[in-house]
Design a protein around this ligand. Structure first.
Ligand SMILES: Nc1ncnc2c1ncn2[C@@H]1O[C@H](COP(=O)(O)OP(=O)(O)OP(=O)(O)O)[C@@H](O)[C@H]1O
Ligand SMILES: [Mg+2]
Length: 244
């Protein structure tokens, strides 16, 4: 298998529920995410973006078809192996931030590394948390942080561990434009300098314009793709998809 492919889906289908209430969230997705590339996934609400991210990151089982991280077919992994693979190779920024309420911001950020028994790169930790404006909030628990601060902690947690692949589900969804630009520029640098692979879901054309490639989903299918996107070309494509 081509080692330049960080993750891929083959004929991926995902259904929720059964019988009359079945929701066909993904209807045959074929996609490759190249290593050291930044991909944005866009599309209307309910088009299957989060479902695709969850299936790619092994957080949800597929109904049919396959998903791979590198050469590893996720269907072949038991829960323990899946947990290990996620821990060692993936970072995930959730739509809900998934912070541990009893831990401080700093402890939440280093949790993946602590669990893996890896050392925290203090210089990198300081840089990420300061660029995200978290330095003064590190000893606070999530309940003492604003929504945007919680989201930045979730971003820092994914970034500080420097995973091979970062999946982000609307990682800048609750952020003001300054914080959003910081998160996106750190993600961009992760790809350009640290050879990481980034895949994010976003509704924001400006955020998507940081990517090398934008994939558009509608009703569970990939309907369009842009390379070297600009805010302009993204807006044009979005209005075309709404007219479908
Ligand atoms: N756990 C679930 N059970 C049943 N249906 C679900 C479940 N999760 C998602 N769905 C349905 O699957 C479809 C795709 O949902 P998904 O969350 O992937 O959309 P999305 O593109 O991420 O939307 P948004 O932009 O609003 O986050 C929707 O119709 C949704 O209602
Ligand atoms: Mg979603």
């Amino acid at each position: 298998m081509n080692s330049s492919v960080a993750a891929r889906a083959v004929n991926l289908e995902k259904k929720y529920g059964s019988g009359d209430t079945t929701v066909h969230a993904l209807k045959g997705i074929n996609v490759e995410f190249a290593a050291r590339e930044f991909t944005a996934i866009m599309g209307p609400s309910g088009s299957g973006k989060s479902t695709l991210m969850h299936c790619m990151a092994g957080l949800d089982r597929v109904s049919s078809g396959s998903t791979f991280i590198g050469d590893t077919d996720l269907a072949g992994l038991n829960d323990k192996k899946m947990t290990t693979l996620r821990r060692d190779r993936l970072g995930f920024i959730f739509q809900s931030f998934n912070l541990v309420p009893t831990l401080t911001a700093a402890e939440n950020i280093t949790l993946p590394l602590d669990i893996a028994g890896k050392k925290v790169d203090k210089v990198w930790f300081d840089e990420v948390t300061s660029r995200l404006g978290l330095t003064e909030r590190l000893s606070h628990r999530p309940a003492e942080l604003s929504g945007g601060q919680q989201q930045r902690v979730a971003c820092a947690r994914a970034l500080v561990a420097r995973p091979k692949i970062i999946f982000g589900d609307e990682p800048t969804g609750n952020l003001d434009s300054n914080s959003s630009a910081e998160v996106l520029s750190i993600l961009r640098t992760a790809v350009d300098q640290d050879e990481q692979t980034v895949v994010i879901v976003t509704h924001d054309p400006r955020a998507a314009s940081y990517a090398d490639r934008v994939i558009f989903l509608a009703d569970g299918r990939i309907v369009h793709e842009l390379r070297e996107p600009t805010v302009d070309s993204i807006l044009k494509t979005m209005s075309g998809i709404e007219d479908l």
